[in-house]
Structures are given as C-alpha cells and as structure tokens.
Ligand binder design. Structure first.
Ligand SMILES: [Zn+2]
Ligand SMILES: [Zn+2]
Length: 175
C-alpha cells in the first residue's frame, strides 16, 4: 500500500490487537482501516502511544492542503473533515472503505482532545445543540419520536461536517 501523502510504501505496525499502516521513513503519516482509529484515539488507550513517534524522513515535504487518494480503494478521493467539534485536527476519511488517514502529528492532537469516549460524545452533543438547538426545540414540540430520529441521524454523522456528508438540504435540518 502506498502512502497517500508522499507515495512511500506503507509498513504495518502492530498496536495491541490491530495493525495499522504507517509511512515510516517517509512523511510519518498513518493509515487506519475502518474503526481502528476508534480504538486508539483516546489518552487511556495507551497502545496508541507507540504511534506518536513514527520515524520520518526530514527531507520529505508534506503538502497538507493537497487532497489524498485512498491507499486501499481504487480512485477514491479522501474527504477531509474535522475529527471533533473542537475543530483542532482534520482527518482524511475514505467514503468507500471508511479508513482514515492522519498526517504526522494529528494523532497526538486527536488524543489530546478528549480523555474518554464519553467526553467526546458530550462535546459532540453540545456542539450539535449549539448549532441546531432551536430546530431541535421545535422538533421536540412536534414530538419526541421525531427528535429522537433527528438526533440519531446527527450522531450518525459523527463529527458533523454537513457539506461532506449531507447532500442537499434535509427537511429537518438547518444546513
Ligand atoms: Zn508518506
Ligand atoms: Zn478506501
């Protein structure tokens, strides 16, 4: 598998029970297959620490603006979105296989945001309420069921980046 950022060959690194693909001696980025990142993105998930220090080749220049292609799918451009409502770190996610690419330093940034899954979910919820609170109040008046559905849908968007994940305007939404 080739590095989507610098073209170097990725190598597998065992982390606990999973194996991620890292750009060693290249740009230092890491590829996580679907759901792998979830197991390493919080501080208490100590296995992730070993990935904070991938050996890099200092001569490799990283163009963080350039869009990347999925290293695993054919001809699939990765979508860039914020990892969390704190909007600190951006990640590149494949719409095909749901793998995630992190540039060097991004895992550390992500791990520094929330200590636990609960903390992260709480932040997402607060962010969502901020954005759509009024809309949600309206829905609550119209019925609990509708509100529940809307929330479920919003949560399924994970970290809320409407332009990437929701084509067009949703009948319930404020996009
Ligand atoms: Zn690379
Ligand atoms: Zn893919």
């Amino acid at each position: 598998m080739k590095c989507p950022a610098c073209g170097n060959e990725l190598t597998g690194i065992d982390v606990g029970e999973i194996t991620v693909d890292a750009c060693r001696n290249g740009c230092g980025g890491i590829w996580f297959d679907q759901l792998e990142l979830n197991r390493l993105d919080e501080q208490h998930e100590t296995a992730g620490e070993s990935l904070l220090d991938i050996e890099r080749d200092p001569a490799v220049e990283l163009d963080r603006e350039r869009r990347r292609k999925c290293p695993s799918c054919e001809d699939m451009v990765l979508l860039r979105h914020f990892f969390s409502p704190l909007k600190m770190a951006e990640v590149d996610e494949c719409p095909g296989c749901a793998g995630v690419w992190l540039d060097v330093g991004e895992l550390a940034l992500i791990r520094s945001q929330f200590a636990t899954k609960e903390e992260r979910e709480k932040a997402a919820e607060e962010y969502f309420d901020d954005l759509f609170g009024e809309e949600l109040d309206k829905m609550a008046e119209e019925g609990e069921e509708r509100l529940r559905k809307a929330r479920k849908f919003a949560n399924s968007l994970k970290f809320i980046c409407p332009s990437y994940y929701i084509p067009g305007k949703q009948e319930w939404g404020a996009f």
